[in-house]
Design a protein around this ligand. Structure first.
Ligand code: C5P
Length: 323
C-alpha cells in the first residue's frame, strides 16, 4: 500500500495536543477540461458531459478508528467556515458507509482544508470520496470498489469521479464514469481563485439554454486523445452563466489571455479559472494578485496509482504561491 497504516502523529491545530492517526490521505482537487451541459432532466438536475482531471493541489485527511463502544464520529477541520456537523460531506460519507455495510465502526477525522469552497474544484466531493475509501480500508474492506462507486452517487454528483483513476469522462449528473487513459503528467497548471465564490445552484439559475455550445462532447474528448493537452479544444458551458453572475470572472479570464496564456477556462461552476503553460511575462502573478486579490496555485495533473488499495499521492505539497 502506498499509505502507511502505522499510526501517524499530528499536532491538533486547535488544542495543540498530539494526535495519533491510523491513516493519512491526500484528497486532490479536480478541474474540468471541458464541460458540456446537454439539457435539463426530469429530476431537475442537468445532464453533463465533462472530462474531469485530478490535480496535485488538495486537502489532507487524517483518520483514526474510535473504540468499539463509540457511538458518534468526531470531526475537526482547519477551516472555520466548514461545518463540522452532519451537514458535512465527510460525516455523510461515514453514515452512508455504515448504513450500506452494516459496520458499527465510528471514526475520528481531521480535515486539513486547502481547497476553497464554491471554487468548482470538487473540494467537498473529493473529501467524501477519500472518506469512503478510508473507512473501507480501515474496516477490512467490506465493500468492493464497485460498491463504493455505486453508493457515492447518492451523496453528490461529483463524488463518484474521485473514485476513478483521476482522468474520466463523466456523464449523467456527473456520476456515470467512462474511464480514460491517463493524460500525460502535465506540470504547468495554474489555478486562479478570486475571493468571491459561486454556488452551483446559483450558476445553473443564470443558465440560458440558448447560449449553450453545440460541440459534440465525444469530438471534444477526441481532441484530447488526438491533439494532446496543448492542442485540445477547451470549453465550459457554465462560463456564460457564471460570468453573468460574477462579471469580474470574465475580465480575469481576458487578463489571463492578454498575459499570454493560450488555455484559460473556468473549472466546473467556478469561481476557479485554470490556465495551462507559462506565458513569456513571468511577472503576471504579481500583477494579477495586485489587481484582483486572488489566490494563485501552480500545480500539475496527477492520477491515482493502479491497484484498488492505492489512493492519490501528492508528489510535493503546494501552498498558495501568491497572495
Ligand atoms: O449533486 P450536487 O449536490 O453536487 O449538486 C448541487 C446542485 O447543483 C444541485 O442541487 C443542482 O442544483 C445542481 N446540479 C445540476 N446538475 C448536475 C449537478 C448539479 O443541476 N448535473
Amino acid at each position: 500500500m502506498q499509505f502507511s497504516t502505522a499510526s501517524q502523529d499530528l499536532t491538533d491545530v486547535r488544542t495543540g495536543a498530539h494526535q495519533q492517526w491510523d491513516l493519512e490521505l491526500f484528497s486532490p482537487a479536480k478541474i474540468n477540461l471541458f464541460l458540456r451541459i446537454m439539457g435539463k432532466r426530469p429530476d431537475n438536475y442537468h445532464e453533463l458531459a465533462s472530462l474531469f482531471q485530478t490535480v496535485g493541489f488538495g486537502d489532507n485527511l487524517y483518520f483514526a478508528k474510535l473504540p468499539e463502544d463509540a457511538r458518534a464520529d468526531a470531526f475537526t477541520c482547519t477551516a472555520p467556515n466548514v461545518p463540522s456537523d452532519k451537514s458535512n460531506l465527510v460525516m455523510k460519507a461515514l453514515d452512508l458507509f455504515r448504513a450500506k455495510t452494516g459496520t458499527h465502526q465510528f471514526f475520528r477525522v481531521h480535515l486539513d482544508k486547502l481547497i476553497p469552497a464554491q471554487a468548482g474544484m470538487g473540494g467537498g466531493s473529493g473529501d467524501a470520496a477519500t472518506t469512503l475509501f478510508a473507512a473501507n480500508e480501515l474496516t477490512g474492506c467490506p465493500a468492493t470498489p464497485e460498491q463504493l462507486v455505486a453508493w457515492s452517487g447518492d451523496l453528490g454528483s461529483d463524488i463518484t469521479f474521485f473514485l476513478s483513476s483521476g482522468t474520466c469522462y463523466c456523464t449523467g449528473r456527473g456520476e456515470v464514469l467512462h474511464p480514460q487513459p491517463n493524460i500525460q503528467a502535465y506540470k504547468k497548471v495554474w489555478l486562479i481563485k478570486p475571493e468571491e465564490g459561486l454556488s452551483t445552484p446559483m450558476v445553473f439559475k443564470h443558465l440560458d439554454y440558448n447560449e449553450l455550445s453545440s460541440e459534440d462532447p465525444l469530438e471534444l474528448l477526441k481532441s484530447f486523445q488526438d491533439k494532446g493537452i496543448e492542442g485540445a479544444t477547451y470549453l465550459n458551458d457554465l462560463e456564460p452563466p457564471a460570468f453573468k453572475a460574477l462579471p469580474m470572472l470574465k475580465q480575469m479570464k481576458q487578463d489571463m489571455q492578454a498575459a499570454g496564456f493560450k488555455v484559460v477556462l473556468m473549472s466546473g461552476s467556478g469561481t476557479t479559472l485554470f490556465a495551462l503553460g507559462d506565458p513569456a511575462d513571468r511577472d503576471w502573478p504579481i500583477v494579477f494578485t495586485r489587481k484582483w486579490g486572488c489566490n494563485i496555485w501552480r500545480t500539475e495533473f496527477i492520477n491515482r496509482p493502479e491497484g484498488e488499495h492505492l489512493w492519490y499521492r501528492q508528489e510535493r505539497p503546494y501552498g498558495a504561491e501568491h497572495k
